[in-house]
Design a protein around this ligand. Structure first.
Ligand code: IPE
Ligand code: IPE
Ligand code: MG
Length: 249
C-alpha cells in the first residue's frame, strides 16, 4: 500500500507514544520482554524513515517515570535493550547526521546507561539533519515541577524578575528547551490518553491514535498518520476565514 504524503508540508516535529509491546508479545504467546525487543526494530525503522523523508525532530517516549514501578526484571531488561540500541545505532546516527538528545530525569538512570547516553550525545552533537529525542524516565508533571523549582530559585537569588516570566521563558526551563513543540503526536495500541507525555508542549499538537501495536507499526502506518495530519486545519483558536485571509496577506 502506498500512501501519498506531501513532502513540502511535513510536520517539523513528530512525537510518538510507542505503546503495545506487552500486548503484542501476549498475542504471540511470548514474554513481554520479547515484545520490547521487537519494538526496538520498529524504532530503528521509524528513525530511518523519518530521517529519509526529512522530519527534523522525532521524540520517542521510551520510558516514563511511572514505568519505574514495573517489575524489576522488566525495568532491567528495558535498560539493557536501551544500552544495546545505543551501541548498535551510533554508526548510523553519525552517517545520517542524526543528533541524539534526551528529555526526562536522566540522573535517575543507572550509570552505565547514563554514560552511554552522554557519550552518544557528545559524539552526535554536531549532527544537523535530524534530532532524535528520547524521553527517558520522563514525566510531564515532573518536568513542569522541576521548571517551577528552578524558576523560584533563580528568582530568590535575584537572577530572574518573577513579573517577567512569559510562556517562552517558562518553556526555556523545560527539558525541551530550544526545541519546537510537536506538530503531530502519534499513540499506538488503541489507548486514548496522554500518559503524562509533553503536557505543556502539546497545547496545540495534532493527535493521531491508531490501534496498531508498536511492534507492528509500519511505514504505511506512519504515512497514514502524516497524511491525516496534512488534512487538518490548525486554527489555534482562530476562525477558518481568518486563516485564509492570513494566507493571502
Ligand atoms: C510500551 O509498551 C513500552 C513501554 C512502556 C516501555 P508496553 O510495555 O506498555 O505494552 P502494553 O501496553 O503492556 O501492551
Ligand atoms: C506510556 O505507555 C509510556 C511509554 C510508551 C514509554 P504506558 O503503557 O506506560 O502508559 P499507560 O500505563 O497505558 O498509561
Ligand atoms: Mg502500555
Amino acid at each position: 500500500m502506498t500512501i501519498d504524503i506531501d513532502l513540502h508540508k511535513l510536520p517539523q516535529h513528530i512525537a510518538i507514544i510507542m505503546d503495545g509491546n506487552g500486548r503484542w508479545a501476549q498475542n504471540h504467546t511470548l514474554g513481554r520482554i520479547m515484545g520490547h525487543q521487537k519494538g526496538v526494530e520498529t524504532v530503528q525503522r521509524t528513525v530511518r524513515l523519518c530521517r529519509e523523508i526529512g522530519i527534523k525532530y522525532l521524540t520517542l517516549y521510551a520510558f516514563s517515570v511511572e514505568n519505574w514501578s514495573r517489575p524489576d526484571q522488566e525495568v532491567k531488561a528495558l535498560m539493557k535493550i536501551l544500552r544495546e540500541y545505543l551501541r548498535s545505532e551510533l554508526d548510523e546516527m553519525l552517517q545520517n547526521g542524526i543528533r541524539l538528545t534526551t528529555i526526562g530525569d536522566i540522573d535517575a538512570l543507572q550509570e552505565p546507561v547514563r554514560n552511554l547516553l552522554q557519550e552518544t550525545m557528545d559524539r552526535t552533537s554536531g549532527n544537523r539533519e535530524m534530532v532524535l529525542n528520547l524521553a527517558l524516565s520522563y514525566g510531564g508533571q515532573d518536568e513542569i515541577l522541576q521548571a517551577v523549582r528552578r524558576i523560584l530559585k533563580d528568582a530568590q537569588e535575584g537572577r530572574l524578575d518573577p513579573a517577567s516570566i512569559s510562556k517562552a521563558s517558562f518553556a526555556s526551563y523545560l527539558y525541551t528547551a530550544g526545541m519546537p513543540d510537536p506538530d503531530l503526536l502519534i499513540r499506538t495500541s488503541g489507548e486514548y490518553r496522554i500518559s503524562n507525555f509533553l503536557l505543556w508542549q502539546s497545547a496545540y499538537t495534532e493527535f493521531y491514535f491508531t490501534d496498531v501495536l508498536w511492534p507492528d507499526f509500519s511505514k504505511a502506518d506512519l504515512f497514514s498518520a502524516i497524511a491525516d495530519y496534512q488534512q487538518r486545519e490548525r486554527r489555534y483558536g482562530l476562525t477558518s476565514d481568518q486563516l485564509r485571509r492570513e494566507k493571502i496577506d
